[in-house]
Structures are given as structure tokens and as C-alpha cells.
Design a protein around this ligand. Structure first.
Ligand code: NCD
Length: 306
């Protein structure tokens, strides 16, 4: 049985296959409308979510399946002290596949080790978020047509931003990617990622606090919000939250074909004036997420659509 806990659980070949299925779903949605007939997806979300939970649920409905949902820890037995392991065993009795979000790093892995059905990590604390990465990869594929030879800027909270960690891991498997890591000193990419991914694989990367210096070189700019819920004290959050705000003025020296991504939710790190700019891809990214989740559900349930 397969799970998706970390993006590197999927080979680059499998990611290509998922992209091909997602593109086929976009072109021929009717072909897939009964593919998961009789199957149930359980969405277990112990942390806030709009896009991830609803896109999983929309994905399952568009595949003709059903959804069982826990949308907060306070409404489930987690509030009574039930362990993730027991919850996973229980939900395995009702559903065919689980998508789980949890504030603790490693929770999805614990669920996978105890469930008897496939488990998808929909975000575990500040660790990783592989299905957001699938949305990001389809967006980069559709906008740029390649994953090699790209200069990718990551900006904002690179310390706690789990989407950043997963996308760096995913892109580090392609050729000639240059990483530009833009953050305040306190919110730099964790050293384990620099050591195990970037340095180990000999990647070229720069860390900077200067938002504009590398702007003309970027092919992709991945903006993120400062992750308030992961801070130990509110003063630090308030001091850092407005460190980098993307405005039309700041884009003046950017490439004409830059792609601006953001996993959303946006707080104020991208000015709404950018939304009209053809380089803004973040709402396309939302749609792409649903298609990649459809492709992933099919893959993990072993369903092939001819
Ligand atoms: C992200 C997350 O939950 O990590 N949101 C999402 O799933 N699209 C990013 C964020 O919350 O900032």
C-alpha cells in the first residue's frame, strides 16, 4: 500500500505520470466522473484549512466518490485525548483513503504506520506539505514547460513554511536549478534542509535579506506568509510579518515571463494590485491543486482510467 508523506516518496517519473493524468483530467473531465464510484475519502484536518481540505473534497466528488470529514480537532475525539494512531485505525474501518493535516511534525507518518488504507499528508506542522508541492509543480510545468534550468526565488517565512521545504526537496531532483532564498535572518531555511538537500546535492543557492537584488534573475518567485501559528511569541511575529511585501514597484526589474506563486492564504505579502499582472499564478495554482489531488487519489487507490 502506498502513502504520500513526503514529496520524495514519489519518484520524478511518478510525478510526471501524475502531471500527465492531471492534464488529461483537465482536457477530458467526463472520463473521470465515475472513476471513484463507491469509494470514500476521509479528510482529517486538525489545523485550519480552506484550499487543501476543500480541494481534496472537490477532487473526490469530481471523481464520483464520497467524503467523510473532520474539520477541526475540537469536533473530533482528538479533543478527548485520542492518539493519532487510534484515530487512523478507526478511520480505516470507514474510508478507503485518508488526507490528514496535523500541527505536529511526523503525525501523518504515525497515521500511515497505523492505518490499513493509504494516508496522504496534507501538512504536518512546520515540516512538509507534499500535495501543495504537486500543485506547485503542475503550475511550474504549465507556465514554464520545464523543471530544469530555472532560477527560483523563495521569499518570506522559509523556516516554518512547510510548502517551501517540500518544494525545495522536489526541485532538488532536477538539473541546474538555482535557489535564491530571501528571508529575514530569523526565518532562514532550516539547516537540515541546507545540509541534507542543498549542500549534499551540490546545489547553487544564495541566502539574502535583499528582496530586490536578485529579482531580475528569477524565473519563478514563490512568496509565502509569515507563519504566525508557529511563533513562540507574538512580538517576534509582529516584528517580522511585514518584512517582504511584493508590490508593482518591486516587480519593475523582474523578467517579463516571471511566474509568481504563493500557496495561499495571503495575508499582505503580495499587494492585491499584483493580482491583475499576467505573471501572478497563485489562483491558477489553486485550480491545479485540485487536479493533482484527483490524479493522486486515483494513483493511491490503484484506479486506472483508460
Ligand atoms: C499552506 C499551508 O497550510 O502550509 N497553505 C496551503 O495549504 N495552501 C501555506 C500557509 O498556510 O501559509
Amino acid at each position: 500500500m502506498r502513502n504520500l508523506i513526503d514529496i520524495v516518496d514519489l519518484s520524478t517519473g511518478e510525478i510526471e505520470e501524475l502531471i500527465a493524468v492531471a492534464c488529461d483530467i483537465i482536457a477530458h473531465p467526463d472520463k473521470y466522473s465515475e472513476a471513484c464510484h463507491g469509494k470514500k475519502l476521509a479528510t482529517l484536518f486538525f489545523e485550519p484549512s480552506t484550499r487543501t481540505r476543500l480541494s481534496f473534497e472537490a477532487a473526490m466528488y469530481e471523481l464520483g466518490g464520497h467524503v467523510l470529514s473532520v474539520s477541526s480537532s475540537s469536533s473530533s475525539s482528538a479533543a478527548k485525548g485520542e492518539s493519532v494512531a487510534d484515530t487512523a485505525k478507526t478511520v480505516s474501518c470507514y474510508a478507503d483513503i485518508i488526507a490528514m493535516r496535523h500541527p505536529k511534525e511526523g503525525a501523518a507518518l504515525v497515521a500511515a504506520n497505523n492505518a490499513s488504507i493509504p494516508v496522504i499528508n496534507a501538512g504536518d506542522g512546520g515540516h512538509c506539505h507534499p500535495t501543495q508541492t504537486l500543485a506547485d509543480l503542475l503550475t511550474i510545468h504549465r507556465e514554464k514547460g520545464r523543471f530544469d534550468n530555472l532560477t527560483v526565488g523563495f521569499c518570506g517565512d522559509l523556516k516554518f513554511g512547510r510548502t517551501v521545504h517540500s518544494l525545495i526537496n522536489a526541485l532538488s531532483r532536477y538539473e541546474n536549478i538555482r535557489f535564491v532564498l530571501i528571508s529575514p535572518e530569523e526565518l532562514k531555511v532550516p539547516s537540515y534542509i541546507k545540509r541534507d538537500v542543498l549542500k549534499k546535492q551540490g546545489f547553487s543557492y544564495v541566502q539574502t535579506t535583499d528582496f530586490e537584488k536578485y529579482m531580475p534573475e528569477l524565473d519563478v518567485l514563490y512568496m509565502t506568509r509569515v507563519q504566525r501559528e508557529r511563533f513562540f511569541n507574538e512580538e517576534d511575529y509582529l516584528r517580522l510579518k511585514d518584512s517582504f511585501i511584493l508590490t508593482p514597484a518591486r516587480l519593475k526589474r523582474a523578467k517579463e515571463d516571471l511566474s509568481i506563486l504563493h500557496p495561499l492564504p495571503r495575508v499582505n505579502e503580495i499587494s492585491v494590485a499584483i493580482d491583475k499582472d499576467p505573471r501572478a499564478c497563485y489562483f491558477k495554482q489553486v485550480k491545479n491543486g485540485k487536479y493533482m489531488r484527483m490524479a493522486l487519489i486515483l494513483k493511491l487507490l490503484g484506479i486506472e482510467v483508460k
